[in-house]
Design a protein. Structure first.
Length: 903
């Protein structure tokens, strides 16, 4: 009947004795209890939970909150005013429901907070959604509150007869608010809010603290910070914001999700489904405090066990990533400040002349007529339509930018006129049009992408622009939304524009939440901007995705600056206006891994940096690394020097490093495309940290300067100036330099640190034993590369085995069934290629097979296809054990099963 083993002593007693604590019954007024400030745990400074997060605390003001006052040194990070051990703000009032898949409790407020409008009755719904997914929703029991419409959550259809978790509450005599999520197999407490901080549920201040299972915590963004979160009283706020990435300042998106590694190598994740502005405090006791200024506290817990399983479970809830078109995997070039089309042509011509692979040219706002959306400059870009057609005839693509802001002052400007007719623009609370300022010459209106007619408005003008400029994808920028008024934004005096608590956000002018954006009291179709601000980017991404899908009838390519959980389902992401410096180069590795965890695998930074001029050495190193971002684009700022790889501003090293790295990238695109397909199908990561593959190796937990593509390829970029070598950590197994295959590293159980040579034009790459990847002869565009033969690279592990796979389709089809999928496996000296699906009729010829790790002398290599068997030509390097097999003469393709064996 009831899963009583998952209900704590408190709930058992209430249920079995048929006791319901209604208002007043069993309640002990908190005010009658003296704060327990001498508790041994709370005397440990790292266990202090801050009771006075804003303002200057005094002993009197602290104690008036029912908190403890213990002054420290003036510059100490630890709070002087902290919650006592017996702090009780809410107390159990009634058990409303016990179900086979969860329970519901109601708590009553017994201590007023210092914030207005405490919620009197708080309901806690616990739902066992799947065996690995637990939901704990905390909200007002009496009044409905705002809940975000994004992401569109996937509701579970399965039952959970034996979940991996249990949830525990306090005991009968300690019936204050608090719960703990526990992993049943190990009895490890993962997330424990019991007696941790001061639980608060006020209208515009929701606070909850939890002790965590470990300090190995990754996620919570979008913000520039270390990959592994620092637990040093670190506080950071999140509100989508037009801000170049600087340490611990909020930037373009909001992602309230983290993944944690436990001491035994297991992993779990925590997602707070809330779109309001928020902040997090990470303190040394391995605890987190959430402070949110609206909505509800809707937590999801994912039990893994492995990091990859956690991410798959998370993405199963919020939506799996889109599969980008194949052409978008190619190299891309852009710059803000191409003043005319001749400049663009010059960049294109010198890139092509240098033999550098290139697939996409971008149009920043320079292509527009006076920066007006849905226009193009017929003076400086007079032959832009013909240029785009010429690009496409050469197998390349064109992607222009569109900002959301629409000019309000331009005469006879159809986008504004239609937007007003459809009533799709954001308004002030009094119903008048909200006007801001972006790049266009007049004032700016902001479309409300939650409006039912937003699609009609946006798609009409995108289609009109496409009728003149046959672009292939769209770049949507400034969609936090950004409002660049130099003077403070005039907003009414409302509780939304001046809330009682403001998270620790970037606010140099002390304007609060409205800084460089829209008034929080502004009206949208689904509510006030205060609640919807962080959703602006994902709402625009969804509308743009639908628009391009209907317009082009191919898989859309959309590049969005602002993101939210679920954005990856519609759009891809670049990391914004990064600085051209070495620290930003290193940060790009962290950002790439985090965005993969957030469900946005197609991600990358502006190669060579965006803000300020780059240098020859920095750009050479960045070009080598950036060639292996899933999204690989060179882009920089207005009036910065030209930094495209063939620019005359550089020495030969930038051109050489770019060409060398991109040539390798293009050969690896079938493998990258397969990883992106599996991400879209299963919720896998594409770029991943080493601990995703080696969760039992704790030395991998802090690594943030090297990364994997899938499970097979390890990249170890040079991230420091003036060096020509880099130290790599190699977890247990066999590793080979790639593509040279001239060095072998056998790493023991406790790992291996190896110094790799890295001349200025090189990036060290290694391939892992046990991997099989499919490559393709590279060319200067993906269009040409896709016509070339494939190669199979088999890298044996210590058991002389390996596995791999290949996904292939036409590169942009919407037909989810029209593709080929091949599985490759090697054991007992035979490589088997097995056709799982072959619905896309295309020649997939193979010209060679390379088998690495064959140490014994080989005398014969044979291929068996259907009923036929023949010998193959081969060569062998017995030093490393590389067997090179020529299969071109056999005419084999991936269309038919085959075996290649050697002895």
């Amino acid at each position: 009947m009831f899963r009583l083993q998952q209900v704590t002593f408190l709930l058992l007693c209430f249920h079995l004795l048929n006791i319901s604590l209604v208002e007043g019954e069993g309640a002990v007024p908190r005010q009658a209890d003296a704060p327990q400030c001498s508790n041994e745990k709370f005397n440990d400074l790292k266990n202090r939970f801050d009771c006075f997060p804003r303002g200057v605390a005094t002993q009197e003001s602290c104690q008036s909150r029912g908190c403890c006052w213990r002054p420290l040194q003036p510059n100490s990070l630890e709070p002087w005013c902290f919650y006592p051990a017996n702090y009780r703000s809410y107390q159990i009032d009634q058990i409303q429901e016990l179900r086979s898949n969860g329970l519901s409790l109601v708590y009553k407020n017994v201590l007023k907070s210092p914030y207005p409008d405490d919620i009197e009755f708080v309901r806690v719904d616990v739902e066992y959604e799947t065996d690995t997914r637990l939901r704990v929703k905390i909200y007002d029991d009496k009044k409905s509150r705002y809940e975000p419409p994004y992401p569109k959550l996937s509701k579970s259809k399965e039952t959970s007869p034996d979940p991996k978790y249990k949830i525990e509450f306090g005991h009968l005599q300690d019936s204050n608010f608090g719960f703990a999520v526990v992993r049943k197999a190990t009895n490890r407490v993962l997330f424990d809010t019991r007696n941790a901080g001061g639980f608060t549920m006020a209208d515009q201040f929701l606070q909850i603290s939890a002790r965590l299972a470990s300090s190995y915590v990754y996620g919570l963004g979008e913000i520039r910070k270390p990959f592994r979160n620092e637990f040093n009283w670190t506080t950071f706020g999140i509100l989508s914001h037009d801000q170049p990435p600087t340490p611990y300042d909020n930037v373009y998106g909001s992602h309230p999700f983290f993944l944690s590694m436990e001491d035994d190598g297991k992993s779990h994740g925590v997602f707070l489904h809330n779109s309001n502005a928020w902040e997090a405090v990470m303190q040394p006791t391995s605890a987190i405090t959430y402070r949110v200024i609206g909505g509800v506290l809707d937590f999801y817990f994912f039990l893994g066990d492995t990091p990859s399983e956690v991410i798959a479970q998370y993405l199963d809830l919020i939506g799996k990533p889109n599969l980008p078109p194949y052409w978008s995997l190619g190299f891309q070039i852009s710059q803000y400040g191409w003043k005319n089309l001749d400049t663009v042509k010059t960049v294109l011509d010198r890139t092509v002349k240098a033999g550098i692979p290139l697939d996409v040219i971008y149009g920043d706002i320079d292509y527009m007529d006076r920066y007006l959306d849905f226009t193009w400059d017929k003076v400086h870009y007079a032959t832009l339509p013909e240029f785009i057609q010429s690009l496409q005839s050469r197998g390349m693509k064109y992607v222009p930018i569109l900002d959301p802001g629409i000019d309000t002052d331009e005469k006879d400007y159809e986008p504004f006129q239609q937007g007003m007719a459809l009533d799709v623009f954001i308004k002030h609370e009094n119903g008048t049009l909200f006007k801001g300022k972006v790049w266009n010459p007049g004032h700016t209106a902001f479309p409300d992408f939650t409006h039912p007619k937003a699609y009609e408005f946006w798609s009409t003008h995108v289609k009109q622009l496409h009728s003149e400029l046959k672009f292939n994808g769209l770049w949507i920028d400034m969609n936090e939304p950004a409002n660049t008024f130099q003077e403070p934004v005039e907003c009414p005096a409302t509780k939304w524009d001046s809330p009682p608590f403001v998270p620790k956000i970037h606010d140099p002018k002390h304007e609060g939440l409205k800084f460089k954006t829209v008034c929080m009291s502004a009206k949208q179709h689904l509510g006030i901007h205060y609640n919807l601000h962080n959703l602006y980017g994902i709402a625009q991404s969804e509308i743009t995705y639908r628009t391009l899908k209907d317009l082009l009838h191919t898989r859309p390519f959309i590049l969005s600056r602002s993101t939210f959980p679920g954005s990856g389902h519609y759009a891809n992401h670049w990391t914004g206006d990064v600085f051209s410096d070495w620290s930003s180069l290193g940060q790009s590795v962290t950002d790439m891994m985090l965005n993969n965890m957030f469900g946005i695998p197609m991600v990358g930074a502006d190669i060579c940096g965006f803000i300020f001029n780059t240098t020859n050495e920095l750009c050479a190193r960045w070009s080598s690394l950036g060639a292996f971002y899933p999204f690989s684009r060179n882009h920089n700022a207005l009036e910065s020097m030209a930094q495209d790889p063939a620019s005359p501003n550089f020495g030969p090293e930038v051109k050489e490093s770019t060409k060398k790295a991109l040539t390798l990238r293009y050969s690896l695109l079938p493998y990258l495309y397969t990883l992106l397909f599996k991400a879209s199908l299963h919720g896998h990561t594409v770029v991943r940290p080493l601990f995703f593959e080696f969760p039992n190796d704790k030395l991998t937990y802090a690594l943030d300067q090297q990364f994997l593509w899938g499970s097979a390829l390890l990249f170890v970029p040079v991230l420091k100036e003036g060096v020509t070598s880099v130290e790599a950590y190699l977890p247990q197994g066999t590793w080979y330099t790639y593509p040279q295959l001239d060095k072998e590293f056998i790493s023991p159980e406790n790992g291996l640190r190896e110094t790799l040579t890295a001349p200025l034009t090189d990036i060290p790459v290694l391939i892992r034993g046990g991997s099989t990847i499919v490559t393709q002869t590279p060319d200067v565009t993906t269009t040409k590369s896709r016509l070339n033969d494939f190669q199979i690279v088999v890298v044996l592990n210590s058991k002389s085995e390996s596995t791999g796979d290949l996904f292939w389709d036409d590169g942009d089809t919407l037909d989810q069934e029209d593709y080929n999928f091949i599985e490759l496996s090697t054991k007992t000296q035979c490589l088997q290629s097995k056709v799982v699906r072959y619905n896309h009729e295309v020649a997939m010829k193979i010209d060679s097979v390379k088998i690495v790790g064959v140490k014994r002398k080989v005398t014969t290599v044979t291929i068996a296809v259907l009923e036929t068997k023949e010998n193959l030509k081969f060569t062998q390097d017995e030093t490393i054990g590389v067997l090179q097999v020529d299969v071109k003469s056999s005419g084999i393709t991936f269309e038919t099963n085959f075996n290649i064996c050697w002895k």
